[in-house]
Design a protein around this ligand. Sequence first.
Ligand code: SAH
Length: 534
Amino acid sequence: MQKNEIYEIEITGMTDEGDGVGKAEGMAVFVPYTIVGERVRVLIVKVMKTYAYGKLLEVLSPSEHRRKAECPYFYQCGGCQLWHLDMDAELSYKQQKVNDCLHRIGKLDVDAESVRLASGETRYRNKAQFPVTPEGIGFYRRNSHSVIPMEDCLIQGEWNETIVRNVKQWMETNGVSAYDEATGKGCVRHIYTRSGASGILVTIVTAEQAMPKKEELIEMLTGTGIPISGIIQNINGKKTNVVLGRENKVLWGQGYLLDTLGRVKYKISPLSFYQVNPSATLRLYEIAKKFAGLTGKETLWDLYCGIGTIGLFMAEKAEKVIGVEIIPDAVENAKENATLNDIENAEFYCGKAEELAPVLVKEHGRPDVVILDPPRKGCEESLLQTVSQVQPERIVYVSCKPSTLARDLKYLTEHGYFVKKVVPVNMFPRTEHVETVVMLSQLKPDDVVQVELNAEDLALTSAEAKATYEEIKTYVKRAFGFKVSSLYIAQVKQKMGLPMGKNYNVSKKGTRVPLCPPEKEEAILEALKHYKMI
Ligand code: SAH
């Protein structure tokens, strides 16, 4: 295969990045903007050893899920990947992607539930970052750092258009320069907006400390008629792709944003993380709260807590909440947010979760429930080790990247936990990204049975045995005062050469089957003797 050749191929799968993939000359060919089942004509643009990249020239037989992209920039912009799919196909793609990771990377025999929907497919984001360059203000082109000039974006709030237009005009009228990545010269690097209940916070990221024509900027933005609540200058003098620097100066109004999720109010500084899709976030947190299964007596760790969002959302149901976060501004916000909501049972610490977790155990004892909500790269193994060693009853893992989630679930299931539920949430419609919330609980014999036995197995087993499993359990409970699981009974029966259900000792992939402890074995043997089975 060579560059510039044209092939007709059938799309048979989709990658994690949302590209279609098919085969030609025995090679995998990745083709953006295609859908499984389609026959397409592609121009080969890059050839590697075992795979190639193709550019879509023509869709020969379109999928029933193909639709006209609403966004005029879709085929150039790097922001979204799925405007050519209908929502059904988007949701099944995302569910499939989570499942692939669970099975392939996590080696888990569990499936994700259907993807939960958020309220809107467009205009859902509360945060926008427009790069400002000598070429213009807009968004990055796909796989590139060059900018497509644009004022509006269909997944952003419509007010951004006015803000971008006004900042552009302010720069042109006052001769304020755009930062040039190549030379490191120039002033304005990004326009960063965030919206919430209190209004819109506009942050202008500059390369230098000095803010030229400050009054003019304030006048330009506050005269727009849109509810701007604060204007901030953020200084980022580094040669880096990271948007924000560490320093903020409030130029006008409030230096932070206020927002509400459910009954909880949050204060958010420009540098603090906050989920971008409020209606999906509320769904996500409600599911996470359910998964945490709090009764009011638990110590809850909220690791990677940001501004305390999840922990504070659940605080009313816990005895104590302990949050850990690496960004100092976010920890400050978390503490303020506890006060703002009259929450007195929450404490927040600044540091790396992997470093602070062992200290927390020493100082506060072990947690009953742990929330893990790491960034894309997932958790450090040392943190997973600490968490699995202190054995919280439940772990709720919130993830924005299925592959690292699956890697971490593999570790946790190899260290005493069961994956009980996996629920993806469509936090980022039209993009390839998906948020997932997972409930894990500690390995318990009864849980094993619950997961592994179905009614058919039980019926088969009862028919084979003289005494049913239920009878043996009841006998043991009466005679010894403790419970035994069907799994343990099966193990003892197997040891004694008695018939048993075929699945009783088969572990789900990636999980560990607990062995019957000696005192329970003795009790079961007694029961078997009682029923004259041995
Ligand atoms: N739970 C919060 C934030 C989740 S985003 C919410 O739902 O809003 C992940 C957070 O982890 C970010 O705030 C990031 O600053 C923080 N973080 C990244 N690495 C970390 C580490 N090693 N230890 C603790 N926090 C970390």
